[in-house]
Design a protein around this ligand. Structure first.
Ligand code: ADP
Ligand code: MG
Length: 583
């Protein structure tokens, strides 16, 4: 009642939590290094390493797949871009052809632009104003600019002026009957350009479109792919970004087929690795792996704590055995290994207890044997002499009071002799000579022996049960046991009491009991009565029960005592049955 209330209050719950966590921490601390903690670490490695490997492999595989797909896309994108570049240049060449074949253009040689007739000027201005063109330039044979016309997009008046001097240094390639010159990338960050030029038929001059470099490079801007950036490669090894500026870097390129010699589109990788697509499946996979790891940790921590709790009583019990305490009883419910171990420990302690008891007893007996033999030797002979002398003196004594004293001395000497006999019998018992013995015969003889004594003590003696049993025992020793038991009963039973002898068969044994209605004994006394020399009687030797148990065991039997103070005692002698009696 009380504890229930405590654990349901918030404080109680908190305490439970704290205790559990402390156990968990102890379990995981490397200094604790318990078996279960080590198992935990090993199992974690065994479970998490393959999981992590699986996740990594999956990522690799996914990255590989993405790369392969990207490579295919790269190829088709590059092909598309190359064809756009070709279209653009062909378009410009076509525009230039139209211009170069325009008949009135012949008059341009040696003329100032301002002097040209309006029809030609209008036509030139239209061409120069087209959005991709900065202007139109005319060159003589020595590549000197002889005339120039700016278009609307020509924000740079000096373009014309730098074109002549720059020309000699610029790379030139052929493209389908026209010349591609450049590109020119002004160093001060002004927009770059290139020329597309052809000779005018029948004249010593040539005409060129000054084309915005960005108009060409812009065609690449659609080719951006994941980690790839498009670049325009131009003769002279320059790389132009889609916005028209030069790019300096040397990451690996994927090339498109050349549009014109030295002119081609290319893709470069921004980073050596592709970013993985954040697919939900991938997150679920990683989350599941993490969850598995956490679950494994929790399960093993729980198992570790549980195991430690179950092993604790076993360790305590083993330590108790080490200290010499054999009265163990470890609770051992269940069928698992720990329960088996607990049962084995219980059995082991019980056997150790029995072994030590018999060992101690046999040692005691051996010591007693030595002792009894020397006492017998040293005491019996002088006693015999004393007894003879006292008897001789007594026979000649006339004074009755003195004669009685002599008689008393003789009786005491006989008692000492009896003690020495008993001692010798206990310490050096004879081997039993077992024969078939009738229980009826045993009890009859016993009744004849003690009957007069019982009568004198006014105690009733009765025999019950099935005395037809046949025992396989030493008749003399059995008689001695029963005699000891009945004498004890007689000594414990007051006038008017009853002593009952019973015989019956139980579990393949013959059971003979001696019950009395005497004063009984306390638990404390009952525990010690079998020990040699334990007695509660003024003239007792304390050997009766010790000798009886020894003899019973020598005959393959046992003795048990059940007693209640003030109500009586029952001693059960269990002995083996003769062969034909055993069912
Ligand atoms: N039937 C009995 N009733 C009560 N106590 C008994 C009985 N039998 C034995 N005892 C107790 O056991 C003790 C030991 O008995 P035993 O070994 O025969 O030695 P002793 O009879 O010489 O005392 C007795 O002193 C007595 O206290
Ligand atoms: Mg006795």
């Amino acid at each position: 009642m009380h504890s229930e209330a405590a654990s349901t209050t918030p404080a109680g719950r908190k305490r439970i939590l704290r205790v559990r966590w402390r156990e968990v921490l102890r379990e995981l601390s490397p200094r604790g290094a318990s078996l279960s903690a080590r198992y935990l670490v090993v199992s974690l490695l065994a479970a998490i390493v393959p999981l992590a490997a699986a996740v990594t492999l999956y990522d690799r595989y996914a990255a590989d797949l993405v790369l392969r797909l990207a490579d295919q896309r790269v190829e088709s994108t590059l092909a598309a871009t190359a064809s756009k570049l070709g279209d653009f240049l062909r378009n410009k060449a076509y525009q230039l052809d139209g211009l170069a074949d325009f008949p009135p253009l012949a008059q341009i040689a040696g003329t100032q632009v301002g002097d040209l007739d309006t029809r030609l000027l209008t036509r030139l201005q239209v061409e120069a104003d087209s959005p991709d063109v900065y202007g139109i330039l005319f060159f003589d044979r020595a590549d000197r600019v002889i005339a120039a016309l700016h278009g609307q997009s020509a924000i740079e008046p000096e373009l014309r002026d730098e074109a002549g001097p720059a020309l000699a240094a610029l790379p030139r390639v052929d493209f389908q009957g026209v010349e591609l010159i450049g590109p020119m990338l002004p160093p001060d960050g002004r927009p770059g350009w290139f020329l597309i030029r052809r000779a005018i038929a029948g004249q010593a001059i040539s005409v060129a479109l000054q084309v915005r470099l960005a108009s060409l490079s812009e065609l690449l801007s659609g080719a951006s792919l994941d980690v790839y950036r498009p670049l325009l490669h131009t003769p002279g090894g320059r790389l132009i970004e889609p916005v028209g500026t030069q790019w300096r870097g040397d990451l690996p390129l994927v090339r498109a087929p050349e549009t014109a010699p030295g002119w081609y589109a290319a893709l470069y990788r921004v980073s050596p690795q592709l970013p993985l697509p954040g697919t939900p499946a991938r997150y679920v996979f990683i989350a599941a792996a993490a969850l598995c790891g956490v679950l494994i940790v929790l399960i093993f921590v729980y198992l570790g704590v549980h195991m430690r709790r179950r092993l604790k009583p076993l360790v305590a019990a083993a330590e108790a055995v080490g200290r010499g305490e054999f009265a163990l009883h470890i609770p051992a419910g269940g069928e698992d290994e720990i329960a088996m171990l607990a049962r084995a420990l219980n059995r082991m302690s019980a056997q150790l207890r029995a072994l030590i008891r018999t060992r101690v007893e046999s040692e005691k007996r051996a010591v007693l044997g030595e002792f009894a033999a020397s006492v017998a030797h040293e005491v019996r002979n002088p006693l015999a002499t004393i007894k003879t002398c006292v008897q001789a003196l007594g026979s000649r004594e006339e004074d009755p009071a003195r004669r009685e004293m002599m008689q008393l001395v003789t009786e005491e000497i006989e008692r000492i002799n009896a003690v020495i006999e008993g001692l010798l019998g206990f310490a050096r018992p004879h081997d039993p000579e077992r024969t078939e013995v009738s229980a009826r015969e045993l009890l009859r003889r016993l009744a004849a022996l003690v009957g007069p004594m019982a009568e004198e003590a006014h105690v009733a003696l009765s025999v019950l049960g099935e005395p037809d049993l046949r025992l396989w025992v030493d008749a003399g020793q059995t008689q001695q046991i029963l005699m000891n038991l009945v004498l004890n009963a007689l000594q414990a039973t007051p006038e008017g009491g009853t002593i009952t002898l019973r015989a019956w068969r139980e579990a393949g044994f013959a059971c003979l009991t001696v019950s009395d209605t005497g004063h009984g004994m306390s638990d404390e006394v009952a525990h010690k009565v079998m020990e040699p020399f334990f007695t509660t009687k003024p003239g007792g030797t304390g050997l009766g029960l010790a000798v009886s148990r020894q003899l019973a065991e020598m005959n393959g039997g046992s003795i048990e005592i059940a007693s209640l103070p003030a109500s009586g005692t029952t001693v059960t002698l269990r002995l083996p049955l003769a062969r034909e009696e055993t069912p």
